[in-house]
Ligand binder design. Sequence first.
Ligand code: ASP
Length: 550
Amino acid sequence: MTFIDLRDRYGITQLTFNMEENAVLCEKARGLGREFVLWVKGKVIERSNKNQNIPTGEIELEVQELEILNASKTPPFTIENESDGGEELRMKYRYLDLRRNPVQEKILLRSRLAQEVRSYMTAVDFIEVETPYLIKSTPEGARDFVVPSRMNEGEFYALPQSPQTFKQLLMVGGYDKYFQIVKCFRDEDLRADRQPEFTQIDCEMSFVDQEDVLQTFEALMKHLFQEIKGVTLPDFLRMTYADAMQKYGSDKPDVRFGMEFNELNDLAQGHGFKVFDEAELVIGICAKGSASYSRKQLDALTDFVRKPQIGAKGLVYVKLNEDGSIKSSIDKFYSPEQLQSWGDKMGAEKGDLLLIISGETNHSRSVLNELRLHMGTELGLRKKDEFAPLWVVDFPLFEADEETGAYHAMHHPFTSPNDEDILKLDENPLAVRANAYDMVINGVELGGGSIRISNRAMQNKMLGLLGFSEEEAKAQFGFLMDAFEYGAPPHGGIAFGFDRICALFGGTESIRDYIAFPKNNAGRDVMIDAPAKLYDAQLEELNIQMKDLS
Ligand code: ASP
């Protein structure tokens, strides 16, 4: 007998060839190689030794006719669940990688999610509208990818960083509920797991306030979890940006576990420990049951926070031992009673470990955020099958550039200020809260949006605060401000990172796995070898002169 595994999209079917019954056919089968494309005809029969692990494991095909539709070279890596091919090689032969089960599952998941989004959104009266890709810059805080125009010499289109202005114009156009599953393009500096082109579920609604938007899209996410994962999500927590930063040091906190921050300035300062005395903020977390951490484990935590990308100078620990004794890295400066009072403030019990960071406020918070997540992972508190959704609300409207002090829009320039804060726009813009919100699940920012400005004067003021002159504002966004003068309804919306949603649902981290043809970390498609140079004739046609790079 000869056995062959025949694979298609639906799984593997075992083919059997019987030497005694058909020696010629059997010989032919023995000459087949991996990944050959076959046509077979035969009889489906019950398998004697069944394989319960695969859906087709109870049957096999007794082959009577066999045709080779196409031969195959030996693939450069094994096409199995665990491949021996490295990332770069698999990307070069992505069409082979796509044949592997784990990849196929992710692509199928993506398709099901897209399908479910479409059917849900359509059922609640949203319409899908396509917006153009060849446009003028829409700022979302990244650089634009640009496309030269042959017919308009010296002029360029920008690829959309999002359909933001178009979806707002659709609202002015009277299409009160819009969505689109759409590609966005952002030319950002290379960071792990960013794709220069990625997909959003982009949505906008008219005659709504923030509450309407949150309700609508909380319902969408609950629906997706129910339908695709069979998980009933709880009602989403709501947390202000200020609270998120103070308690978790992050605007996308993972609230699957507690370990909230505690500020210790009042207890820790004024006792002769210079590092704390000179710090703007002394802040700590309590790791339950971790007083048993060894010297080595504590050193590893210190090394962790000292990594350049995290950037702390050091880490202070206090062990509240099971036997009631207290051991810390700052015993010289504080009595056990004092350290106990820190533990009390932090709700710590015997057996717990306090981890403390100090320094400039924002930096300390960001360091402790990393450490909290690290500890959460180390202590197994970030469970894969647990989902903790929340809305982060009341984002600031502006943030100040660290170097120049100039104001940037924290979300984007079309976000409206909170009504209560409008008076502060002139004297204290940084204190103005925006009608902006993010949806966060398990520490992943899945989407964000805002209630928009829908009035010319306010949009103009906003652009002014962002440093646009009257003329610049008009040149760039005149079309939008003009539209606001022709009966623009109040409107707002949100956009979700579709690739991220796929990754969250699939339970793995890299969004790249969920994209059929992704780019690598250098923004290259190594399969088709893009980007690439243009021919001289093309450059000439576009009237582009290249700098001599030799
Ligand atoms: N255009 C925004 C973004 O891409 C989302 C929104 O405000 O709806 O983040």
